[in-house]
Design a protein around this ligand. Structure first.
Ligand code: UDP
Length: 322
């Protein structure tokens, strides 16, 4: 099969490309290299099943051509990272809403199966756990960047869902919870690469808020295996799936564990959210996925625990800085 991966030079997209190629598929990558890096794909350059196109998902003609060439589409291109969304809200909204519409329209034109990547941000401030796919979204004001991002991704889900229901387009929606691993950069806010870099250089670890907020981190390898299985599973069409780990940790405990793992001399510094992001910023206090649905359909289970995840990020950052 030949798959188009939008956003394929990014952290998750590049691992997906690796996995598809390892399974003897061909890939076409469309990426504007805004947050993605060609370096994430450089090792595939001479692979006959690999094609890279630098371009934007808002370029309808280009998207049309590439979707036509492919047998199926993984739509990952998006403005991601809380920090980036807060700093560039307009660009984020356009990419996330209009971009997805362009890609979905093209998939519909050529009747190509498409997997849309959504996010756990969908659930907003719902602190119940574990969160099931049909659970309520609890959001703050749409004038706050974080909630407008959540809303933009919800619009993507709605579009994918109704293209499927109304037009019969085979769409699969996934909600990615915190994903970590090699090639993720801390430049857009992501906590583990940031803490690891800080720890390795013995700088204070920047814990936002009181550090009591919690997250669950899944290794990217488990994420991409799930994506590939889902696009090949007929019963996944028209459905939405959480993908995440259930190993919950507070951000303060995470900081301490990273200090211990790296043998760092770093201390912790607590930074109020207003200073870290913007005035009035609201965080999710807890975010744990219910993963029964995806487990039942494709047998999904995380295979890499948090200690291993931290070690893999440490190894990657050390190697990158050489
Ligand atoms: N965070 C932190 N220090 C940092 C970066 C992030 O304390 O330098 C916190 C952030 O406020 C959030 C958690 O770590 O509570 C996870 O942040 P990330 O941006 O990785 O993902 P999110 O779950 O917010 O999408």
């Amino acid at each position: 099969m030949k798959y188009l991966i939008t956003g394929g030079a990014g952290f998750i997209g590049s691992h997906l490309a690796d996995s598809l190629i390892a399974k003897n598929n061909k890939v076409i990558i469309l990426d504007n290299l805004s947050t993605g890096r060609y370096g994430n794909l450089a090792h595939l350059t001479h692979n006959p099943g690999f094609k890279f196109v630098e371009g934007n998902i808002l370029d309808e003609k280009l998207v049309d051509k590439l979707v036509d060439e492919a047998d199926g589409v993984f739509h990952l291109a998006a403005a991601v990272g809380v920090d980036l969304i807060v700093k560039k809200p307009l660009e984020s909204m356009t990419t996330n809403i209009k971009g997805s519409e362009v890609v979905l329209e093209a998939a519909h034109r050529y009747r190509k199966k498409i997997l849309i990547t959504s996010t756990s941000e969908i659930y907003g401030k719902n602190v119940n756990g574990p969160l099931k796919e049909e659970d309520d979204r609890i959001l703050g004001s749409p004038l706050k960047s974080r909630w407008s991002y959540s809303t933009a991704k919800a619009v993507d889900e709605i579009l994918a869902y109704i293209y499927c229901k109304e037009k019969g387009l085979p769409t699969v929606i996934v909600r990615l919870f915190n994903t970590v691993g090699p090639r993720q950069t801390g430049a857009y806010g992501m906590v583990i690469p940031r803490f690891v870099s800080q720890a390795l250089s013995n700088k204070d670890i920047t814990v936002y808020g009181d550090g009591k907020q919690s997250r669950c981190f899944l290794h990217v390898r488990d994420v991409v295996e799930a994506l590939v299985k889902l696009i090949n599973t007929e019963e996944a069409v028209g459905e939405v799936f959480n993908i995440g780990s259930q190993e919950e940790i507070t951000i303060k405990d995470l900081a301490e564990r990273i200090i211990k793992t790296t043998g760092s001399n770093s201390g912790l510094i607590f930074i109020p959210y207003d200073k870290a992001y913007e005035k009035g910023f609201e965080d999710m206090q807890r975010r744990v996925p219910d993963i029964k649905k995806i487990n039942k359909l494709i047998g999904f289970k995380p295979t890499v625990d948090l200690n291993e995840i931290i070690k893999s990020v440490v190894a990657h950052i050390k190697q990158d800085s050489r």
